[in-house]
Design a protein around this ligand. Structure first.
Ligand code: C2E
Ligand code: CA
Ligand code: CA
Length: 360
């Protein structure tokens, strides 16, 4: 309250250990200094046992803002420090809450988009590095919203935070199976297509059972559906995840370790996980053109994988040079713009129908 008064503001006591403070400022830039000043002030109240005051602070340069709105914002700020032992003060952050509001709106629109069938998948071929022919493809989700194609990085992370990803993924997996079935029905010969599994999905259902029922429902052989599990899922709860994966493999699904090398995993981790194919993260390829001797790293990943009987796919191959050096290092497959970008299913169907560039 002393600081609040010094700053020509008002302070309110909400009961318990909780305070709210509002005061005017000329400009809103120096939040750090303000926070530190409040922290100092609060800690001088040599916190008596059982009393740990915390304050939600709102500052404004607009003196017409109503007290009710300022109070709401101070409460939002207070929520941030409630229960924290190290932070006692938070200042309402307009930009951050604006972003959070936008994210919430995005999630609501995505939820509506899912029921309105605005989500589709593109296909990106995986190519045999020796023959340059398509051996399989990966399904990559796209949100067709307001005439635009929204890329996954805009919404996947947000959906993972809220668990909503599971609904989206189920939708994509099913759409892929339905499409594979329609190919067969139209007399085309399909190739295996892999789908992405978020680490979050493992905690929603028994994925092995889920995928088995799915291919069963569409009367497809399990070999036509690949499953890409990102490296970080493996490291999160290794025993549990490996058990699910082993059961998927037992049912005949091909399991890919996605993004290998993007996190903290080591070559050694490969010994303890179950996986059928290794997908080397794009980061490896990108480094190859800059850092010291990354080729040495790439070759040791490839030879280690081969020693364990795992074929290797390189992601994000964009140039002929990259392809050539990967080929020289014994890489088996590539997926990247150099060969094909992700494309709508109709375009991929043309490749299948023509057949010349497909390896069966
Ligand atoms: P990912 O699984 O590693 O997929 C590969 C990404 O690399 C795709 O991005 C693809 O378009 C991009 N890519 C392929 N070749 C090249 C290349 O030569 N150069 C460059 N710069 N990029 C290349 P996309 O489609 O934007 O997807 C990004 C990520 O979003 C995916 O990374 C995957 O983690 C996630 N994602 C995509 N679809 C789904 C889905 O249905 N479910 C879940 N849970 N995640 C998905
Ligand atoms: Ca993937
Ligand atoms: Ca990847």
């Amino acid at each position: 309250a002393r600081v609040a008064v010094a700053l020509h503001g008002v302070a309110g006591y909400l009961g318990g250990d909780n305070f709210v403070i509002a005061f005017p400022v000329q400009d809103q830039t120096d939040r750090q200094t303000l926070t530190e000043r409040f922290e100092r002030e609060l800690t001088t109240y040599d916190v008596a046992e059982g009393f740990a005051p915390s304050a939600g602070v709102v500052v404004t340069d607009d003196l017409t803002t109503s007290m009710a709105i300022l109070y709401d914002r101070a409460l939002v700020a207070l929520q941030e420090v409630k229960g924290s032992y190290t932070k006692h003060v938070a200042i309402y952050d307009e930009l951050r809450h604006e972003r959070e509001r936008e994210n919430q709106m995005l999630l609501i629109r995505a939820r509506e988009g899912l029921s309105a069938h605005e989500f589709a998948f593109y296909l990106q071929p995986k190519v045999d590095i020796q023959t340059n022919k398509v051996v399989s493809a990966e399904a990559l989700v796209r949100w067709i919203h307001g005439g635009e194609v929204v890329p996954p990085f805009k919404f996947i992370g947000l959906m993972e935070e809220t668990g909503y990803i599971y609904a989206l993924d189920r939708y994509v997996w099913e759409a892929v199976c339905a499409w594979q079935r329609s190919l067969v029905n139209r007399g085309l010969t399909p190739v295996p297509v892999s789908v992405n599994v978020s680490r979050v999905d493992f905690y929603f259902t028994d994925l092995a059972e889920h995928f088995a029922q799915l291919v069963d429902r569409y009367d497809l052989p399990t070999s036509l559906l690949g499953i890409e599990v990102t490296e970080s899922a493996y490291s999160e709860d290794a025993d549990f995840v490996n058990d699910v994966i082993r059961r998927m493999q037992g049912k005949g699904f091909v399991v890919y370790m996605d993004d290998f090398g993007s996190g903290y995993s080591s070559l050694n981790m490969l010994r303890s996980v179950s996986v059928d194919v290794l997908k080397m993260d794009k980061g490896f390829i990108d480094q190859a053109s800059t850092d010291g001797d990354p080729d040495a790293i790439i070759s040791s990943v490839i030879s280690m994988a081969h020693r364990m009987g795992l074929p290797v796919i390189s992601e994000g191959v964009e140039t002929e040079d990259q392809r050539d050096s990967l080929r020289a290092m014994g890489c088996d497959f590539v997926q990247g713009y150099y060969y094909y970008r992700p494309m709508p299913v109709e375009e991929f169907e043309r490749i299948l129908r023509e057949g010349d560039n497909v390896e069966r």
